[in-house]
Design a protein around this ligand. Structure first.
Ligand SMILES: Nc1ncnc2c1ncn2[C@@H]1O[C@H](COP(=O)(O)OP(=O)(O)OP(=O)(O)O)[C@@H](O)[C@H]1O
Ligand SMILES: [Zn+2]
Length: 382
């Protein structure tokens, strides 16, 4: 049996063109390579798992390639490319500053900088999580960064740009990596699923993308996990919901609908059902707040792009948003956030959330949103 290779490794992009959602960076790097205007020090900033190390490795491979393509991509076939692909190149040095942050670690690295490459043009030094270097290590490194030999290129990567000293910032060309959009991620997962012979419901992949919160590595690990649990290599929305322990969007839509109708009994019943499914009250309130926030954002064509949900879900939001007035959402958000803040201190947490729902339903009642005049007495006012 073949060894299982996790998708994040198996599908690590080998070309600039296959990097997802960072074209502002890959295009700039390719232009710099083409016009021979490459900086000697880069700082790659951005969240975890969005392609910083991947781009650093592609850059290293590309600038050493003996047969660059017109688009400034590595050929993948020359001796240098092959040695990069087999992790056997002597022209790339990676230091993970999270676990090697001492002066000695950085000295070892600096020592190697003195020797020019034996083959190929450039030696590339990648320092991951560079903000973790100790102050003395930083200082030792600074000198090399000031006057690097012409064949040396430094790529510093960090998830915490604000922790980087100004002396380093001013010496680097800075690239800010994006969180990956849900649509890009879903598309990427769908491609991988197809290659792996996995039938995946689009909603299931969107759910994974949503939960990954912008990080592609996380999305790929969740994808692998769900494939392991799946039967006959089929990824279904309902199963992914279960595996990732996510509360279905539908509950928030239904809850909002009941609130807008001031239907307290329905809100209580729904909340009870949610608890019985194993979700806790706090998780639910936080989710409901996010839901209201999305409804609010949907009200304005300018802010609607702040929504981080798939297209199909966005359509549902737009519909519900039209029936939820601004004044209701503003008050409900304020009631919900105080419920969130006081949740831990509450003695009876279920009742605490129920009171919050009651207040929200009451707002709808006061605003006269309940559309059924005949049943007005059924609502909160009774
Ligand atoms: N933009 C992307 N396009 C395609 N695949 C990606 C992208 N970002 C991440 N991946 C996938 O996730 C894996 C990890 O990405 P990478 O190591 O480049 O992330 P990183 O930004 O350096 O994260 P960290 O800050 O945690 O080191 C890659 O092997 C690849 O499979
Ligand atoms: Zn090559």
């Amino acid at each position: 049996m073949e060894n299982f290779v996790v998708s994040a490794r198996k599908y690590r992009p080998q070309l600039f063109d296959s990097v997802v959602g960072q074209s502002h960076i890959t295009t700039t790097l390719q232009n710099a390579i083409r016009t021979n205007h490459l900086a000697q020090a880069f700082l790659f900033c951005g969240p975890r798992g969005v392609g910083k190390t991947t781009c650093a490795r592609i850059l290293a491979k590309t600038i050493n390639c003996q047969n660059l393509t017109q688009e400034a991509e590595a050929c993948g076939e020359c001796e240098s490319c092959k040695s990069f692909q087999n992790n056997a190149s002597f022209n790339i040095h990676e230091l993970d500053a999270a676990s090697n942050n001492s002066v000695d670690d950085i000295r070892n690295l600096i020592d190697q900088v003195r020797y020019p490459p034996q083959s190929g043009k450039y030696k590339i030094y990648i320092i991951d999580e560079v903000h973790m270097l100790s102050t003395s290590a930083f200082n030792a490194f600074l000198k090399t960064l000031e006057e690097p030999p012409s064949y040396a290129i430094f790529i510093l990567a960090t998830t915490e740009k604000h922790k980087i000293l100004p002396t380093i910032l001013s010496r680097c060309q800075i690239f800010d990596f994006n969180r990956i959009q849900i649509s890009d991620m879903t598309h990427h997962l769908a491609n991988i699923a197809a290659k792996e012979g996995i039938t995946a419901e689009l909603e299931a992949l969107e759910l994974i993308a949503q939960k990954a919160d912008g990080g592609l590595r996380d999305a790929l690990s969740m994808f692998d996990l769900n494939v392991t649990f799946s039967q006959d290599n089929v990824l279904k929305y309902a199963e992914v919901l279960d595996n990732l322990h996510i509360l279905d969007y539908d509950y928030y839509f239904k809850m909002t609908e009941a609130l807008l109708k001031s239907n307290v009994s329905d809100t209580f019943l729904l909340f009870d059902e949610i608890l019985k499914k194993g979700f806790d009250g706090h998780q639910f309130i936080v989710g409901l707040l996010e839901h209201f926030r999305n409804l609010l954002v949907c009200k304005d064509p300018v802010t609607v792009r702040l929504m981080q949900v798939s297209e199909s879900v966005q359509k549902k939001y737009l519909d519900q948003s039209a029936s939820a007035p601004y004044s209701f959402l503003a008050s409900a958000l304020s009631i919900g956030s105080s419920c969130d803040l006081n949740y831990k201190a509450a003695k009876n947490q279920k009742l605490h959330v129920e009171i919050c729902l009651l207040k929200m339903a009451n707002i709808a009642h006061v605003l006269n949103l309940a559309t059924l005049p005949a049943t007005e007495g059924d609502g909160v006012g009774k």
